[in-house]
Design a protein around this ligand. Structure first.
Ligand code: TYM
Length: 344
């Protein structure tokens, strides 16, 4: 249990989209391949975080299972003994630690979180919940309970990782440096994860916004459950610009930049290289066709493998991981409870 830990989680409040895949799932798969045996890999479902955006409660549990199946269909190797999958609400220590950490986190810090501000603005003040406000503290608990130094996430989670770091440093300062493992700084996270680290895939319709499941933007978002043909159509209809020639310039040509980024990640080449190959070309349609073709390959492969996922094996791995994680997280929680004076 002393191996360094790589950890990430994806909420189950809806289906995964291409941004989730390229920003979190693919980097985790690549890290699993790169570091098998050297690192421990925790890929969990933060199910308690699902409620921070609207969710169909009657469908939530099925969605959780479906998302776990998607991890496997995407290529997560469950046979790897250093890989753990679990549901946050099945390991009670997450909630318990969040309650403690709430008292070491400031109102001002949480009010400055961009995600809170953005989501808060989209909803009426009366329906902004304490859960949405407090969500980064639960996320810090998710990370700190397992001593995770490395947390591959998209750019939208940057502030939350930095907050988890600040909370860890604060507790260590107060109670001793060996209490918590401090997650690595953002720039180190990016260097560790490589090409897909800290990215922001944009909406295909409105490339100034990120691709997201919570905005009302079906044509701008490719769901991993979309048929390959429907997804290709969305790519072909992507908003571009009137510049007339391809350049990788996210300021002036965010739509084109987004397509180049998606293409680069899907074919596994650095974006600078891919951008270099397309630079100056005038056929936006050709670029879209190339992206659409890669997206089709991705989705048809995912759907085929999703049908073949062995659910019995998946549940066996899930329950075994949760059993072990209760122990791992419970031990860390106990150390923290001792430090803050709740245990002898
Ligand atoms: P969530 O569920 O909103 O998103 C899951 C992951 O997908 C990434 N992502 C994107 N990446 C690139 N481009 C996009 N358009 C895009 N949209 C989403 C997110 O950055 C994330 O990595 N708070 C987290 C879940 C969480 C978590 C954790 C993550 C809870 N506890 C502990 C890491 C560690 C969230 O809401 O992600």
């Amino acid at each position: 249990m002393s191996k360094p830990v790589i950890l990430t989680g994806l909420r189950a409040n809806g289906e995964f989209h291409l941004g989730n895949y390229l920003g979190a799932i693919l980097p985790m798969l690549q890290l699993q391949q790169r570091f098998a045996g050297e690192y421990r890999l925790n890929m969990f479902v933060p199910d308690l975080h699902s409620f921070t955006t609207p969710v169909e409660h009657a469908k939530l549990y099925l969605q959780i299972v479906q998302n776990l199946k998607m991890y496997v269909a995407a290529g997560l190797d469950l046979a790897n003994d250093d890989t753990y999958i679990y549901r946050q609400s099945f390991v009670a220590a997450h909630s318990e630690l969040a309650v403690i950490l709430n008292n070491f986190t400031y109102y001002g810090e949480l009010s400055r979180m961009t995600q809170f501000k953005e989501k808060g603005e989209q909803t009426k003040e009366t329906s902004v919940t304490a859960g949405l406000f407090d969500y980064p503290v639960l996320m810090a608990a998710d990370i700190l309970l397992y001593g995770a130094e490395w947390v591959p996430v998209g750019e939208d989670q940057r502030q939350h990782i930095e907050l988890a770091r600040d909370i860890a440093l604060r507790l260590n300062h107060r109670f001793g440096d060996d209490l918590l493992v401090v997650p690595a700084e953002w720039s180190q996270q990016l260097a560790f994860v490589g090409s897909g680290g800290g990215i922001r895939i944009r909406s295909l319709r409105n490339p100034d916004q990120k691709m997201s499941k919570s905005i009302d933007d079906p044509a701008g978002t490719i769901l991993l459950s979309d048929s390959p043909e429907a997804a290709a159509k969305k790519i072909m209809g992507a908003t571009t610009d009137s510049v007339g020639a391809i350049h990788y310039d996210m300021e002036k040509q965010p739509g084109i930049g987004n397509l180049l980024q998606i293409l680069a990640l899907l074919i596994g080449e650095p974006v600078a290289e891919v951008a270099g190959k397309w630079s100056g070309k005038t056929g936006y349609g050709d670029l879209k066709t190339a992206v659409a073709s890669e997206v089709k390959v991705l989705l048809s492969g995912l759907h085929k493998r999703l049908d073949a996922v062995n659910e019995v094996e998946l549940m066996r791995k899930l329950e075994a991981s949760e059993y072990l994680m209760r122990d791992v997280a419970g031990q860390r929680l106990y150390k923290i409870q001792q430090a803050v004076g709740l245990r002898p």
